[in-house]
Design a protein around this ligand. Structure first.
Ligand code: FAD
Ligand code: NAD
Length: 396
């Protein structure tokens, strides 16, 4: 048929928003839309620090894709993309091939290890449902192991690399969970160590210094030991080597020190910087009029020339504009320019505590924690309406 084919790779924040908007804006038979994702569920990356630490159920961090999209309007294919072939407009899946006229790439980021020895092999990452299941089980297992080998205090030492928002949110949750695990396993809490190790001269580099200080106070009180200005140089089976060759023996190392784009994009010959595509103002890849890139796979600069950080917030806004521009292309109408509207940043510090900058104001403590909850609920409402809010929104 002559109906244009749109293929969306990845059902993350960018891919789902693109699909939902296309489903709303396209007329009957105006395009064939296919959404491809590794899993048959969409997960809330922004929630993953909780199931990783074991302070919330994994189920609350995901929703089945069939509950989000209208499968009469969008074909969903559960498969893993293995190659993007721009020369013949094909996407190779682990179990098949798709051809496209328009492609949307929203495969999300991968952990950036900066080539640090041992990091890929020995550290875990907060990236997906499967990766956080592993972290949670691993942490619980260390307590059981320690009961059998009580001289091994390294089983009770937890290292989190990077004090960006991911590292900070995770140590907040883990600091809440560790005392519970001590109680359940009859372990003396004074034997447990939780380190958050940051290379830059401050935690949350670039964020409001007053809020950073507040966050560090709250977390320190909960038992987190910060090592700031102290790069992790190596990860080994026994722990990490930091700063001036100091060794910290730890059976658990979580690497939360950065994201890069997806390797499939550079392998496709599309120009990238650290795996991210410097898209044009309409969100297209340079030299590829028919390829759009959204979310962590894209790279955009603010008017001062600094890159926007890769967030769910920007991925969602890009999804909306990407869908608009796909429809406009098909209808031969002019494309829209993407302009990021920063709604602010709120980061949780564990139960009942958070910090945030929004509406030009600073928030901390319980008020910020409520704001965080409101943001989470708003997202559930945007993608799944009231039913999803009722099902996954935590009200207590
Ligand atoms: P993702 O959401 O990562 O989705 C990518 C999708 O592609 C996934 O479904 C994946 O399964 C799929 N996929 C990957 N590879 C393949 C393949 N080869 N084949 C098929 N499918 C594939 N941002 C905020 O704005 N606010 C927050 O509060 C916030 N909190 C965060 C908390 C944590 C713990 C973390 C880790 C991140 C947080 N972020 C937050 C950042 C935000 O989660 C990301 O920027 C966002 O998820 C990017 O969306 P995306 O659509 O690019 O990709
Ligand atoms: P990041 O890149 O923002 O932070 C990584 C941190 O690790 C940096 O502070 C960096 O200096 C540090 N680091 C790098 N190398 C190191 C080393 N060798 N040793 C020790 N520390 C090292 O990554 P992130 O925290 O995963 O965040 C990724 C994106 O997701 C960001 O855009 C962030 O804004 C967003 N995010 C937002 C929220 C929120 O809004 N609540 C939560 C999580 C993530």
């Amino acid at each position: 048929s002559n109906i244009p084919k749109i293929v969306i790779l990845g059902a993350g924040y960018g891919g789902v928003l693109t699909a939902l908007r296309l489903q709303k804006e396209l007329n009957y038979n105006e395009a064939d839309v296919t959404l491809v994702n590794k899993h048959d569920y969409h997960y809330f990356t922004t929630h993953l620090h909780m199931p990783a630490a074991g302070t919330d159920k994994t189920e609350n961090a995901r929703v089945s894709i069939s509950k989000l999209i209208d499968e009469f309007k969008i074909d969903f294919v559960k498969s893993t993309v293995v190659q993007i072939r721009t020369q013949d407009k094909k996407v190779i899946l682990e179990d098949g091939t798709l051809s496209y006229d328009y492609l949307v790439i929203g495969l999300g980021g991968e952990p950036e290890t900066f080539g640090i020895p041992g990091m890929l092999e020995y550290a875990m990452n907060i990236r997906s449902i499967n990766s956080v299941r592993l972290i949670r089980e691993h942490i619980e297992y260390q307590f059981a192991r320690f009961k059998r080998e009580p001289h091994r205090t390294d089983y009770l030492t937890f290292v989190v690399g990077g004090a960006g928002f991911t590292g900070i949110e995770f140590v907040g949750e883990l600091a809440d969970r560790l005392p519970e695990l001590c109680k359940q396993n009859d372990v003396d809490p004074s034997l447990v160590k939780l380190y958050n190790i940051e290379a830059a001269p401050t935690a949350l580099p670039g964020f409001d210094p007053e809020l950073v200080e507040y966050a560090m106070q709250v977390l320190t009180k909960k038992g987190v030991t910060f090592k700031i200005g102290c790069p992790i140089k190596e990860c080994t089976p026994d722990g990490v080597i930091v700063g001036d060759n100091e060794e910290i023996k730890a059976a658990t190392v979580i690497w939360a020190a950065g994201v890069r784009g997806n390797r499939l994009i550079e392998e496709a010959g599309i120009e990238v910087m650290r795996g991210r595509v410097k898209v044009d103002e309409s969100l297209r890849a340079p030299g590829h009029e028919n390829i759009y890139v959204v979310g962590d796979n894209s790279l955009m600069f603010n008017p001062e020339g600094r890159p926007y950080p890769p967030t769910a917030q920007i991925a969602m806004q890009q999804g909306v504009v990407c869908a608009h521009n796909l429809v406009a292309s098909i209808r031969n109408q002019p494309l829209k320019k993407f302009e990021f509207k920063n709604k602010g940043t709120v980061a949780s510090l564990g139960k009942g505590e958070a910090i945030g900058l929004a509406f030009g104001k600073k928030y901390k403590g319980g008020v910020a924690a409520l704001l965080k909850k409101a943001i989470d609920i708003r997202y559930l409402y945007i993608i799944g309406g009231i039913p999803l809010v009722v099902k996954k929104g935590k009200f207590l």
